[in-house]
Design a protein around this ligand. Structure first.
Ligand code: ZN
Length: 369
C-alpha cells in the first residue's frame, strides 16, 4: 500500500517521509486511533516506504521488488501479528492467507469485521503465546531481502501478560528492526509496552479527503457522497455503514408505519408490528437507529431548514412531514418513545407488543394541536 492509497492524513504522511529521509525512524511506534480512520493502512504505507528500494520524495515507488511484495503483503521481512480465535490455530502464520485476503479487500476493517471474515464473530479473540514466540523467532533471523525487518502487531491490546516476553526485543531491537503496533485503545495495552514505544496519534480522516474519496466511488451519487462525508465523523467504516443503511428496506418500512399512524388506520398496526417484530434484534436496532436519525432530521429542520442534511427520498419524506406542522414538543415525544422502545427490545421485551404500544404513542403525537 502506497501513501497515496491511504485516504487523507497528508500532514502525517509528510512527517513520516521526513523522518525517513532524516534517517530518524523510531524502532518501535504505537499507532493510535480508530480502525476506520486508517491506522493500519498508514502503518503499512509507512513500512512499505521504509523498505522501498527506490523511494520518492512523496511516496514509495510501487514498482520495485520490495514494493511489489509489500503490495501483496507477502514480503518475507514483514511479519504480521493479530488476534484470532483459539480454535483457528496457534500462530498467525497459520491464518496468513485469510489475513492477506481480508486486509487487501478491507484495509479499514476493525476486529468485528475480521472475526466475521473468519466466521467466528461470537468467539473470543486473543494473541497466543506461541505467536509471541514466533515473532521472536522471526526476529532472530537476518532480513532476507530488505534493509528492514518489520513486525506489525495489530491490536496489541490482545497481548496478555505473555506480551512481556517481547519487552526486550522492543527495547533493544536487533539492527534495522521496526515494530509498528496499531491500537484502538491504549488503556487496554500493557503499560510496559506503552512505555517502550513512541506514540503516533492518528486523527479522523478530514472531511475534504473523505468527500473526495467517496465521490470517486462510481456507485455513490454525489449528493449522498457529500452527505456521508459530513456525517461519518472521519471514519470510513461509519460512512460505509451509513451507506448500506440508507439503501436498506428501513425507509419503506418507516414511511409505511408513519402513514398508518398519521391516518390512524390502527387496524393495520398489529399486522405491521408482527411483521417488523419478527426481524432479528440486530435488524430491529438498525430500524430504530434509522428511524431516530430521520425523526431527528425532521426535528432540526423544523428549527432551521439548512440543518437538514438528508437528500433524495428521505429529503422528500421530511419535507412532506413538515407540511403536517406537528409541534416540536410532540416530535420530541415520538423520539423519546422510540428510544425507550429500542431499549426495551434490547432487554428482550416482546418486539410486536413494544411496536404496537409505540405506534399508539406515535399516532397520539402526530396530531396537529
Ligand atoms: Zn519501491
Amino acid at each position: 500500500m502506497k501513501f497515496s492509497d491511504v485516504i487523507g492524513h497528508s500532514e502525517k504522511k509528510k512527517a513520516f517521509i521526513q523522518s525517513v529521509s532524516n534517517g530518524r525512524v523510531p524502532h518501535a511506534q504505537l499507532f493510535i486511533g480508530n480502525s476506520g480512520w486508517g491506522t493500519l493502512p498508514l502503518a503499512l504505507a509507512y513500512a512499505q516506504y521504509v523498505s522501498c528500494l527506490d523511494r520518492g520524495a512523496e511516496d514509495s515507488c510501487g514498482q520495485c521488488s520490495s514494493c511489489r511484495k509489500y503490495e501483496s503483503l507477502t514480503h518475507p521481512d514483514l511479519h504480521f501479528t493479530f488476534p484470532f480465535p483459539r480454535e483457528k490455530g496457534e500462530k498467525c502464520s497459520e491464518l496468513i492467507s485469510n489475513w492477506r485476503k481480508a486486509l487487501l479487500e478491507h484495509p479499514y476493517m476493525n476486529l468485528t469485521d475480521w472475526m466475521q471474515l473468519l466466521d467466528a464473530e461470537k468467539k473470543q479473540a486473543n494473541i497466543p503465546t506461541a505467536e509471541i514466540r514466533d515473532i521472536l523467532k522471526s526476529l532472530s533471523l537476518k532480513p532476507y531481502e530488505s534493509a528492514f525487518k518489520v513486525v506489525v502487531i495489530w491490536l496489541p491490546e490482545f497481548l496478555g501478560k505473555e506480551g512481556n516476553i517481547l519487552l526486550k526485543a522492543i527495547e533493544e531491537p536487533a539492527h534495522n528492526t521496526l515494530f509498528l503496533l496499531v491500537t484502538e485503545n491504549t488503556e487496554k495495552i500493557l503499560g510496559t509496552i506503552i512505555s517502550r514505544t513512541q506514540p503516533v496519534r492518528i486523527a479522523p480522516i478530514d472531511q475534504d479527503s473523505m468527500r473526495e474519496y467517496l465521490n470517486r466511488a462510481p456507485e455513490i451519487e454525489k449528493e449522498r457522497a457529500d452527505r456521508l462525508a459530513q456525517v461519518s465523523q472521519g471514519d470510513l467504516r461509519n460512512a460505509m455503514q451509513l451507506l448500506s443503511d440508507a439503501e436498506s428496506p428501513y425507509f419503506e418500512m418507516f414511511r409505511y408505519w408513519m402513514g398508518v399512524c398519521v391516518t390512524r388506520k390502527m387496524f393495520s398496526i398489529v399486522p405491521w408490528a408482527e411483521k417488523v417484530g419478527a426481524m432479528s434484534r440486530e435488524n430491529l436496532k438498525g430500524f430504530f437507529q434509522y428511524g431516530l436519525e430521520l425523526m431527528r432530521g425532521i426535528l432540526v429542520s423544523s428549527y432551521e431548514e439548512s440543518l437538514n442534511t438528508w437528500v433524495g427520498k428521505e429529503a422528500d419524506f421530511i419535507s412532506k412531514f413538515q407540511n403536517l406542522q406537528i409541534p416540536t414538543s410532540q416530535l420530541e415525544q415520538i423520539i423519546a418513545g422510540m428510544e425507550s422502545a429500542m431499549m426495551q427490545i434490547e432487554r428482550n421485551a416482546r418486539a410486536p407488543l413494544v411496536l404496537t404500544d409505540l405506534s399508539y404513542v406515535v399516532a397520539r403525537n402526530l396530531k396537529k394541536m
